[in-house]
Design a protein around this ligand. Sequence first.
Ligand code: FES
Length: 62
Amino acid sequence: MYVCVCKAVTDKQIHQAINEGACSRRQLHQCTGAGSVCGKCRNYVTQILDETLQIQPIMQAA
Ligand code: FES
């Protein structure tokens, strides 16, 4: 699913960038370009980031 329509960034690309080490919205912006045009996707990008970073420590411990 597209998260950022302006830059055609999908949720899979956001998750991939987080798995490769992006840990802030700024880093996701630099890696993917999401949020760099109209900015309407920024809250959703932050939501994905927060949810993913909350889940990953549990997954890594398992
Ligand atoms: S939808 Fe992401 S910058 Fe416009």
